[in-house]
Every structure is written in structure tokens, then in C-alpha cells.
Design a protein around this ligand. Structure first.
Ligand SMILES: Nc1ncnc2c1ncn2[C@@H]1O[C@H](COP(=O)(O)OP(=O)(O)OP(=O)(O)O)[C@@H](O)[C@H]1O
Ligand SMILES: [Zn+2]
Length: 741
């Protein structure tokens, strides 16, 4: 039995402290236990992160108390936190904290209790008759109510007997009723009924894929598999059957889905397959209430739930002995957390797989170039499914050159003639259309043609977006908003121009073009209410909506067989972003959006309206040529030593005073220059592409190297070398940065 515990306390000190484990706690303290320890003159809480037999210190204070019954962090998850801390250069304690939902960390007792009341025994009736005369009217009413209904919730009993708790208490004192407290499960799916689905008979490609995955799962050293399946190839069905295999082996499974694709539809598909024992499936995502999250997490910890489906942080779910971890849409940038620790859930999943000796499946129709190269190099097993279920045809993608469109009409409309024509054809045939535009609001910007004034956010270096319904100008970066002016604040001209359409405007114009159609819009503005998602999607499913307009919310994972047309409006602005992955992102997005069309009997069609029709990302997407896209993109990455040929670290300094930020950045760069080896490519400091956010200026330094370790050591040293780190300048280090904006 170890006698010394290493404890990370909740004080952001980034170090561990040794404590003695007192005799009476030896059997309860384990790695991951939540404990209370003396610290200076007070007590603080912390986690046991390690156990030891010896300490460098002679006198150790004892742990005062263990909070909760079970350790909260299992050993493999604790190891994962340690790996994150060293790989992503994040304080260990922050990593430990981030593997637990806040509510689980805060409350050692967070279950919801309910009081139930029952008659004491079968003789109670007789006893009741005997003593009925002794009872007050109210007590009698309560007694009779229980006689009639059996055990009742205290609250229901009080309501039914039209009384208060006090007569019930009196009856308890007389020994006639028993009041007990029971935990109630806060069910995130309360009221939603699902029917069990049977496994589908697999298509040949699916069968091969499943077989390879199962072999990887059963191997002595389970492997990571890249499942490259085109949209509609039935990846989800393969996941489901692979999970069944894990269950048969007595193991659990974790399925990660991007938050945005974590629609009720997706969750229901998993719940339905395992509906014979619904308690086996737990969900973890951001729209759960705290209590629901607490219960779901503890159901996993207790071993009741063995299948977890959730967003990024569900990777840390305390599933015992997982047999499979699935990362669906593995290319999604949202798997990268954008606060410390800046981990990639995909890469951390592969890491957890290694540690728990469990297979990992990364699935996508458009794998990230990093994963694709890992598969081609043999690091991952490559499995592909190049055709759709039932040999359904891939949609035909047409690129509409909006430059020509403009010339034809003399004036530029929002929609091309072709798109309008095709939508009308769908309405006539009672088929459905989706229109995708990755910009919410009404207009991207407000411009004064007279003096050239553009409304920009005061705190960020971006334009404000006009929201017409609310008649306000809103900054999409910091959320700052103000009323839209009637005339130009600079020159007073009343001739304002709003340019660059958003989803709100598309909806308005559509409604004018197709007055009889049912049109709905899905973006973060219309999705504020809790069940808005479910409502719109189920209306769309049953055909009550003809045209669904949306942002990236509608790009992924949705499976609506009656959608035969997808229109993409202006993917161009994403191409012009100052990020080396811009082309890759547009290619992925177009492929995903296009994948929503033609998933049923009727073939689908996709129209992409663009001002840059010849851009390779658009052309390769049109031809559905993933390999062609990769070849040319990889060539460019290789030439410039960008990922996947290197690992990339982005250091960002931010602060209110630009000169201070710039000077500190220069200083840091000089330190770095002295620390890095010749294997590291160090770029000089530059202002970030979005140079100001929330009133703070931002400067960046990029480092690239084949191995991350070659950068982390010098970066750590350089940051420490700056003795006088000016107050007000903050530094973030992003290893394997997903975005440079
Ligand atoms: N073996 C099968 N037999 C019949 N239908 C199937 C089979 N496998 C999957 N399907 C159906 O095909 C459709 C597409 O499958 P699924 O959604 O799993 O594809 P996917 O590859 O995950 O798609 P995407 O990446 O586009 O979201 C679904 O409606 C699914 O029920
Ligand atoms: Zn702003």
C-alpha cells in the first residue's frame, strides 16, 4: 500500500504536492480521488494524481478527507492528462481539470433525491382501521390515498390528498408510513420514444470494412483505422456493428461526433440500435442541463452505461475497458479545443487507444491530410468505401460562374437562373432543397458609397454584420452590437449600401421568389431555443419544409432521402482566408454539403455558385476527386514545409497596447532563435491575420518541425527566459494549431 499521494491542488500552480495518506484512508485513496488537503493556513481541494512510497520531504501533512465514494479519474485517463500536459505544453492541473465535466468536479454529491412514501406493512390496513379514530381528517386523507395508490412520491401524495407535508410526518411518527429518499435519474431523453432497430445487412464494401475493423479490434496490439467512406456510404452502420462487437467482448465504446453534428437524429440512431437495454447508452454534449450531465457521467463511471456518444470532451468519459473509440468526421477542426489545454480530440483519441489497448476508428468522407498521410505511411490502417449504399449515384455537381451571370442581367442577383430554375423544378415534384451559406445575418457589411465608410467593430479588426430582423449591426467575433444608423455616421449620406448576403437575406429573397413554398432557416440565430433543432429537422423530415436554408449546421451528418437539390451560395469568401488550410476546408465543406443530396431513390444535384469557378478546391470537389485534391495540395504543403510534412506551433501574444505586444513578441523571437535547433523552422513575428479581437492586439510567431518535441523544449525555455513578462501581455501556445486566424 502506498503511503504517499501526489496531489494537484485547485490553485493553478502547475505542480504536485506530496501528502501522507493516513491509516484510515489507505484503502480509499487511489489515483483520481478527489481530496481535501491542508495548504498553508487553509484547506483546498485537489486530485490525487499519483501514488508513491517515498518522498523527498521528511515531514508531510496528511490528507484530511476523501470526497465522494469513488475516484473520479481512472488511471488511463489520468495518464492521458499527463500526456496532454507535456505534448500541448499546458499546466498539468488544467489538464486534470479538463478531463472532468465541471459539475462532476464541483459536486461530490450532485444526485437528485426524491422522497417517496409508503404504508409501513401489509398489516397497516388493519392497524389503520384500528386507529383510524385517532387520526385527524388530514392524516386520514393521506392514509386513504396511500391505500388506494400504493407507494407515492411525497409531492404527488400531498397534491392528491390536498394537504401539506406535516400530516405525512405525523403518520411517520406513529409508525404507520415510511418516508424514504431515492435518487432520480435526470433523463436527457425523457419523453422521446425510440424503437429498436436491427442491424442492417451490410453492403459488400461495408462488410469488408467491418471485417477489417473487427480484426483490428481483436488484434493483440489494436490498431488505428482510417475509414474513408464517401458521403452516404454507410459509415454509421459500420460503427454500430463494430460497437456491437465490442459489447460482445464485454467491452465499452466511445463515439465522438462534432458538436454541430450531434443532432438528435444522430443520437437517436445509436440509442435505437441498443434500445433493448437503453441504460447502456450515455450522451455527453453541451446542451445537457448540469444535472443531466452529472447523472450521465456517473452512469458511465458506475459501469451502467458502456457506450458513450458525445462531443470532444466525451473522449475522457470514464468508460472501463473500451474496445473501440470512434471519431466521426475526424477532419473537423472543432475537435481542437481553443482554450488551454489546446488538445486535438482526434489525436488524443489515438493516444487513449494506445494506452487502453483499444482500436480507434477515424471516419470521414474527406479525411484530414494529416490522417490521410498517416494511413498512406502505414501508421494507420486504411479502409475505404468508395460507393454509396445500394450503389446510389453520387450527386452531380455543377459549378455556376457568377461572373457571367452578372453580365447577362446587367445587374447581379443573389441566385443564378439555373438555381432558381432547379428549385422550382423541385417544388413542382415535391422534392426538397437545401441552401447552404456559411454566413449568418442579413448582410456582411454596411458600406457608404459616398465616402467609403465601412462599419467596423470598435474592438476587433472585422466588419460588423447587419441583422435586419433586429435592425442591428453585430460583430460576429466579440458579439458587440449597436443599432443600425439611418445615415452614414461619417458623411451623413442617407444612401447606405448593404453588401454580401447572409442567411437572413437569402431567406427573405427566397420567400419573394417562391411565395408558396415553406421555407425555414437554421443558423445559430434561429437555434437559440432548446428544442429548435429537433423541431425544424423533424418538420423537414416529414416534408413540411420545402427549402431549408442554413449555415454549416446543415452541412454535416444529416440524412434526408427526399433532398435532391443542394445549392451552395458563395463559398468564395472562405477561400480568401489567410490560412494555409483554406483550400482544404473549402474542399471538405463542398464535399460534405454536396453529400446531403440524393441520399434516397432519386439522384441528387448540387449547384455551386461562385466567382472563382476555377479554383482547384472547387474543381476537385466538383469532380469528387479526393486523391487529385490531395496530390496537388500535398505538393504545396511539402514545398512550404506545412503540415502534414511538419508539426506546427503557433505562439500568439495579445494585449491592449500594440507596441508592447510587438516588442514582447520580438524579444520572445530573439530568445527562440537562440534556443531552437536547425531542424526547426522559425518564422519572424507578424501581426495575426485578424490583428485585433475584443480590443486586444495580436501578434504571432510560427514554428515548424518534423517532431513536436523539437519545438516544445525550446519554446518552454524561451518563454521562461523572458524574466520581465510585461503585465497585460498574454501568451498562448498552440501546438498543432488548427487555425492561424
Ligand atoms: N447496409 C445497408 N443497407 C441499407 N441501407 C443502409 C445500409 N447501410 C446504411 N444504410 C442507409 O444508408 C444511409 C446512409 O448511411 P449513413 O448515414 O450511415 O452514411 P454515412 O457514410 O455515415 O454518411 P455521411 O458521412 O454522409 O453522414 C442511411 O439512411 C442508412 O440507414
Ligand atoms: Zn468585435
Amino acid at each position: 500500500m502506498s503511503r504517499i499521494a501526489k496531489v494537484a491542488v485547485d490553485l493553478s500552480l502547475d505542480r504536485e504536492f506530496d501528502y501522507q495518506i493516513p491509516d484510515e484512508l489507505v484503502s480509499t485513496v487511489e489515483i483520481g480521488s478527489r481530496v481535501s488537503v491542508p495548504f498553508g493556513h487553509r484547506h483546498v481541494n485537489g486530485f490525487v494524481v499519483g501514488l508513491a512510497d517515498e518522498s523527498d520531504l521528511d515531514e508531510l501533512k496528511p490528507i484530511s478527507q476523501v470526497l465522494g465514494e469513488k475516484s473520479l479519474i481512472t488511471e488511463p485517463v489520468m495518464e492521458l492528462a499527463r500526456w496532454m500536459s507535456s505534448y500541448y505544453l499546458a499546466p498539468f492541473e488544467t489538464c486534470v481539470r479538463s478531463v472532468l465535466p465541471a459539475i462532476v468536479r464541483r459536486k461530490s454529491r450532485g444526485e437528485k433525491k426524491q422522497l417517496t412514501v409508503s404504508l409501513v406493512n401489509s398489516n397497516a390496513k388493519e392497524a389503520g382501521n384500528l386507529i383510524c379514530e385517532d387520526l385527524t381528517d388530514k392524516q386520514r386523507a393521506v392514509f386513504q390515498c396511500l391505500e388506494k395508490n400504493g407507494t407515492m412520491l411525497l409531492s404527488e401524495l400531498i397534491a392528491a390528498a390536498e394537504t401539506t407535508a406535516s400530516p405525512v410526518k405525523s403518520l411517520e411518527k406513529k409508525g404507520l408510513v415510511h418516508i424514504s429518499s431515492e435518487s432520480v435519474y435526470r433523463d436527457p431523453h425523457a419523453g422521446v420514444e425510440i424503437l429498436k432497430t436491427a442491424p442492417l445487412e451490410l453492403m459488400p464494401e461495408q462488410a469488408v470494412a467491418l471485417e477489417k475493423i473487427v480484426t483490428a479490434m481483436d488484434a493483440e496490439k489494436p490498431q488505428t483505422v482510417l475509414l474513408h467512406g464517401v458521403t452516404g456510404s454507410g459509415k454509421t452502420e459500420v460503427y454500430l456493428q463494430a460497437i456491437s462487437h465490442a459489447l460482445e467482448q464485454g467491452k465499452g465504446a466511445i463515439v465522438l461526433v462534432p458538436e454541430i453534428a450531434l443532432t438528435p437524429q444522430t443520437v437517436d440512431r445509436f440509442r435505437a440500435r441498443f434500445a433493448d437495454k437503453p441504460e447502456r447508452v450515455a450522451v455527453l454534449h453541451s446542451s445537457l442541463a448540469d444535472g443531466e450531465r452529472y447523472d450521465e457521467w456517473h452512469r458511465i463511471r458506475s459501469g451502467e452505461a458502456t457506450i458513450v456518444i458525445g462531443a470532444r470532451s466525451a473522449l475522457f468519459a470514464p468508460v472501463k475497458n473500451p474496445g473501440l473509440i470512434v471519431v466521426d468526421e475526424e477532419h473537423e477542426p472543432t475537435y481542437k479545443q481553443d482554450e488551454t489545454p489546446r488538445y486535438s480530440a482526434r489525436d488524443a483519441a489515438v493516444m487513449r487507444g494506445h494506452r487502453e489497448n483499444c482500436a480507434v476508428v477515424l471516419g470521414s468522407a474527406t479525411p484530414a491530410l494529416e490522417s490521410y498521410c498517416n494511413a498512406k505511411n502505414g501508421k494507420y490502417l486504411y479502409v475505404d468505401m468508395p460507393s454509396r449504399v445500394d450503389d446510389r449515384r453520387m450527386p452531380e455537381i455543377r459549378v455556376v460562374d457568377m461572373r457571367l451571370e452578372g453580365q447577362r442581367d446587367g445587374k447581379r442577383g443573389l441566385f443564378s437562373k439555373e438555381l432558381v430554375f432547379e428549385i422550382r423544378a423541385r417544388l413542382d415534384r415535391a422534392e426538397q432543397t437545401m441552401i447552404f451559406l456559411n454566413r449568418r445575418g442579413f448582410s456582411a457589411s454596411l458600406v457608404c458609397p459616398a465616402c467609403g465608410y465601412v462599419s467596423e467593430c470598435e474592438h476587433c479588426s472585422v466588419k460588423r454584420t447587419y441583422h435586419k430582423a433586429r435592425h442591428r449591426l453585430i460583430c460576429h467575433l466579440c458579439g458587440d452590437e449597436q443599432g443600425a444608423p439611418d445615415r452614414c455616421p461619417e458623411c451623413g449620406s442617407p444612401e447606405f449600401k448593404y453588401s454580401g448576403a447572409g442567411t437572413e437575406k437569402i431567406e427573405e429573397v427566397m420567400a419573394k421568389l417562391f411565395p408558396k413554398a415553406n421555407i425555414a432557416r437554421m443558423d445559430s440565430d434561429t437555434m437559440r431555443k432548446k428544442n429548435a433543432h429537433r423541431e425544424i429537422l423533424s418538420k423537414f423530415r416529414v416534408g413540411k419544409i420545402d427549402i431549408l436554408i442554413g449555415t454549416q449546421m446543415i452541412a454535416k451528418g444529416l440524412d434526408f432521402p427526399n433532398v435532391t437539390l443542394v445549392g451552395v451560395v458563395n463559398p468564395d469568401h472562405a477561400l480568401h482566408m489567410a490560412d494555409f488550410r483554406a483550400g482544404e476546408r473549402v474542399f471538405q465543406l463542398l464535399t460534405q454539403v454536396a453529400g446531403r443530396a440524393g441520399r434516397g431513390q432519386v439522384a441528387g444535384e448540387v449547384l455551386v455558385q461562385t466567382y472563382t469557378p476555377h479554383h482547384p478546391a472547387i474543381q476537385f470537389a466538383r469532380r469528387m476527386d479526393f486523391e487529385g485534391f490531395c496530390d496537388q495540395e500535398l505538393e504545396f504543403r511539402k514545398e512550404l514545409f506545412y503540415p502534414p510534412y511538419s508539426h506546427l506551433t503557433c505562439i500568439t501574444l495579445r494585449g491592449k497596447h500594440e507596441s508592447q505586444v510587438e516588442q514582447t513578441c520580438d524579444l520572445l523571437w530573439q530568445c527562440l532563435e537562440q534556443c531552437v535547433s536547425s531542424d526547426v523552422m522559425l518564422s519572424p513575428p507578424v501581426p495575426a491575420p485578424i490583428s485585433r479581437v475584443r480590443g486586444e492586439y495580436r501578434w504571432q510567431i510560427l514554428l515548424r518541425a518534423e517532431k513536436t518535441g523539437e519545438m516544445t523544449r525550446p519554446v518552454r525555455r524561451a518563454v521562461a527566459a523572458i524574466k520581465k513578462w510585461p503585465k497585460g501581455v498574454r501568451c498562448t501556445i498552440d501546438i498543432d494549431a488548427a487555425s492561424l486566424l
